[in-house]
Design a protein around this ligand. Structure first.
Ligand code: IPM
Ligand code: MG
Length: 349
């Protein structure tokens, strides 16, 4: 999937008359195999020096037995923290051609176009103290949920800025009826909102948000939430967009951006060439937009993806009924051909 996305990037770069220099570094399972650690120092150092990082999925069942600090997921968190990418953008857009691929009824799901802004470097994922102590029945595990007002304020600003460029609505998701952290979250989001009088703000408790996402997906514009809630809601939202294979993400901070599809490593189909590369390809489009300053090329890649879907190109996860299934590589190739046509046409859409 990443190989397909990289080739799309190269085609887009050629059209923009820029050259992109690509270096490959091991992370997750690949790094464990070669260096016995999930995030080698040299990988993190190279990522820090780059303009942008394109990442595949990490995780494999064979590696689940490793101690927590050696598992591939730790590399992902180390990379996010090490790059300081606190703002995770996960756009969820249902392409009209995929309405039938959604698990929801067409009249409910049609028109879904929302953006999840997930806080990515705080909350339960990183809070300390954490760990397991004791033996037998006395074993006790603990994680810490904590956010500072500064952390909340900076992610809230990202959401409000994004809303300004969209339909000017922010839904902040929390559990303020129970959690102090959520009460501070809500307070700071309200303070931040004062600088954005043109943006409409609503608050939802996370349980209700999970329900409303399925009941009225078309009404959401920007969803602002903390790390764990964002993790859960973005998998749910993926089902609105034709499945998790379609979802791209950008993680932004002060330095280089990190771009990765939202899906996991799908070990059940690994190595078969069957996976959907569109999440990775759309992540490459976000990379063009947010890190390389090439918004036109980003739009052309997105238009090319729209076009191949319109023409009926489907990987196994997207195919319904008697639709023909294509491989990862064939899908990548189709997108590149469409990109050539879109670029030759000179106009997007
Ligand atoms: C995601 C993934 C990761 C997360 C896992 C693989 C650690 O589910 O990016 O949504 O929980 O953030
Ligand atoms: Mg997730």
């Amino acid at each position: 999937m990443v190989a397909e996305a990289e080739q799309v990037l190269q085609v887009a770069a050629r059209h923009a008359s820029v050259s992109i220099e690509v270096e490959e570094h091991a992370v997750g399972g690949a790094a464990i195999e070669r260096f016995s650690e999930p995030l080698p120092e040299r990988t993190l150092a190279a990522a820090r020096c780059a303009d942008a990082v394109l990442l595949g999925a990490v995780g494999a069942p064979g590696l689940d037995a490793l101690p927590a600090d050696k598992r591939p997921e730790r590399a992902l968190l180390g990379l996010r923290k090490g790059l300081g990418v606190f703002a995770n953008l996960r756009p969820v857009r249902l392409h009209p051609a995929l309405v039938a691929a959604s698990a929801l009824r067409p009249e409910i799901v049609r028109g879904t176009d929302l953006l999840i802004v997930r806080e990515l470097t705080g909350g339960l994922y990183f809070g300390t103290p954490r760990g397991v102590e004791g033996v037998g029945e006395d074993r006790r595990a603990r994680n810490t949920l904590s956010y500072t007002a500064a952390e909340i304020g900076r992610i809230a600003r990202v959401a409000f800025e994004a809303a300004r460029a969209r339909r000017k609505r922010v839904t902040s998701v929390d559990k303020a009826n129970i959690l102090e952290v959520s009460q501070l979250w809500r307070e700071v989001v309200c303070e931040t909102a004062r600088a954005y009088p043109d943006v409409r703000l609503e608050h939802l408790y996370v349980d209700n948000a999970a329900m409303q996402l399925l009941a009225r997906p078309g009404e959401f514009d920007v969803i602002l939430t903390e790390n764990l809630f964002g993790d859960i809601l973005s998998d749910e939202a993926a089902m609105l967009a034709g499945g998790i294979g379609m979802l791209p993400s950008a993680s932004l901070g002060e330095g280089p951006g990190l771009y990765e599809p939202v899906h996991g490593s799908a070990p059940d189909i690994a190595g078969r060439g069957a996976a959907n590369p569109l999440g990775a390809i759309l992540s490459a489009a976000m990379l063009l937009r947010h890190s390389l300053g090439l918004p036109g090329e980003a739009e052309r890649v997105e238009a090319a993806v729209g076009q191949v879907l319109q023409e009926g190109a489907r990987t196994a996860d997207l195919a319904r009924g008697d639709e023909t299934v294509m491989t990862t590589r064939a899908m990548g190739q189709r997108v590149r051909e469409a990109l050539e046509r879109v670029a030759a046409g000179g106009r997007v859409r």
